[in-house]
Design a protein around this ligand. Structure first.
Ligand code: AMP
Ligand code: MG
Length: 466
């Protein structure tokens, strides 16, 4: 196996991580392999199952578990860290971008706390499918390079389940929590080193810590607006799952919505709806306020830094609104939105919520008249539709813009659950079917996958037993 490693994180101070090797397993079996991504990264060779299960350490790797902390559901946890993930190293891809190659589910580390360091097949394949679908939708995300079954069962709430290892590729695994851990411990030199590293790696034009904050806020605003535009609910927007690079990271109890509701929650542990669909913009701002709090520690003049950081955070809701408007206006076919378009969009969403209209299929059918079928109050929809028609009447490219802004297929939760059930029984055909359809989501190749769940297929919650 040849992986052209070029490691930079491993050269940072030892306070940033612990060097640790993956734990070997008995019977690795390659379940999924991402050829396109492997080519981008320059990864080639046999022995994929051995290397991407953690059984063999490839040449040039510098395996380590990263330290971080984070707010989980609003409560600060002073030490998290990679409890079941091991960074093998970085490669420079064929676009000259530095990417992390990380094993997830590869055994215990010093940060495992009570956990077994493992992952079961279901969440591994969910992350594989959903992150690759997210990428095909054009939304920044970590990627999936490989999934390997370990041949070993692990214990979860529901009993013994087959173990697996995911190879995750990310622009980096720096999180808000990576900054928080040093700020809270008063390790200011480490915080400064981290800040310089993050700027050099992700935002070379950013001017100092406040420049970094501004850049991350802009990325997060775009990211959350993009999620909203495809009905995605991350599910666990803790600060340790909030990427400095602005990628979607950590696909736990995540899901795409079927019938629209602003308050939709999928995570069974999110009793308060903190991470509900419609609350995601607020949480993005909250998370950025935590990053700001950490970065302020670097300033000599704290009062001035607080003032500057506060202004950056206060600017974020307007950024989110602008990004949201741009994304949803495009879904209507409007390339250059007016402020008034927000009301037109909101009226549609309100009707969709009242009538339980399918989010994806309603938008996809807007131009065709079939969207009407999604509504029980047809009169209300017709009134909205005539206003919509009037608004887009003079826009020559509206239909083309709608077609590329409204996916035909998204990874519906019931399809993901069916895929996991099949894979657990050894049948990878549904996985392959989903991967094929979601690779080109703006074209309808497989009409069955565009259908919402029947009442008996609805998946009410995604459990956290990952
Ligand atoms: P997550 O909810 O997946 O973002 O994980 C939160 C924290 O729990 C991270 O520090 C993980 O590394 C850790 N963690 C989650 N599952 C396990 C596990 N099975 N073994 C060890 N650590 C885990
Ligand atoms: Mg996490």
């Amino acid at each position: 196996m040849r992986i052209p490693f070029d490691n930079s994180f491993a050269a940072l101070p030892e306070t940033f991580y612990t060097r640790v090797d993956p734990t070997s397993i008995t019977a690795p079996n390659l379940l999924a392999w991402n050829d396109n991504l492997a080519n981008e990264l320059g990864v080639e060779g046999a022995d994929k199952a051995q290397v991407f299960s953690g059984n063999e350490i490839p040449q040039g790797a510098a395996p380590l578990a990263q330290l971080y902390a984070g707010h989980q559901f609003g409560n600060y946890n002073q030490q998290l860290g990679d409890g079941r993930a091991i960074l093998l190293g970085e490669v420079i891809d064929n676009n000259d971008l530095r990417r992390d190659v990380q094993l997830k589910g590869s055994g215990r580390t010093p940060y495992s706390r009570g956990g077994d360091g493992r992952a079961w097949l279901g969440p591994v394949l969910r992350e594989y499918v959903v992150s690759e679908a997210m990428h095909a939708l054009g939304i920044p995300t970590t990627r999936a390079l490989a999934a390997v079954a370990t041949g070993e069962d692990i214990l979860r709430e529901t009993g013994m389940l087959p173990g697996a290892v995911l190879t995750r590729v990310a622009s980096s695994h720096l999180r808000v929590g990576t900054f928080q851990v040093f700020a809270h411990r008063g390790q200011i030199d480490d915080l400064r080193t981290l800040t310089d590293y993050a700027i050099a790696r992700h935002y070379p034009n950013a001017d100092g810590a406040m420049g970094l904050l501004k850049a991350v806020c802009a990325q997060q605003a775009d990211l959350v607006a993009a999620w909203m535009s495809v009905g995605f609910i991350h599910g666990v927007m803790n600060t340790d799952n909030c990427s400095i690079a602005g990628e979607t990271i950590d696909y736990g109890p995540c899901a795409f919505m079927d019938d629209f509701h602003m308050g939709r929650v999928f995570s069974s542990i999110d009793q308060q709806g903190r991470y509900a669909y419609g609350n995601q913009p607020n949480i993005a701002v909250w998370n950025m306020a935590q990053l700001a709090t950490a970065l302020i520690q670097l300033a000599e003049d704290k009062d001035a830094a607080v003032e500057e950081a506060t202004a950056i955070i206060h600017a974020m809701p307007a950024q989110l609104e602008a990004a949201w408007l741009a994304r949803f206006a495009a879904k209507l076919g409007i390339a250059i939105p007016h402020p008034d378009d927000a009301e037109l969009i909101q009226r549609l969403l309100d009707l969709m919520q009242t009538d339980g209209a399918d989010f994806t299929n309603t938008f996809r059918a807007l131009g065709t008249g079939a969207a009407r079928d999604q509504f029980t109050d047809r009169d209300a929809f017709d009134t909205w539709h005539s206003d919509f028609t009037a608004r887009v009447a003079d826009l020559p490219d509206a239909a083309a813009l709608r077609a590329k802004s409204n996916p035909a297929v998204i990874p519906r939760n019931h399809r993901i659950e069916q895929m996991i059930t099949a894979a657990t029984a050894g049948d990878m055909a549904p996985f392959n079917r989903l991967m094929t359809a979601y690779a080109d989501p703006y074209t309808l190749h497989d009409a069955e996958l565009a259908t919402p769940p029947t009442p008996s297929e609805v998946v009410p919650a995604t459990f956290c037993g990952t």
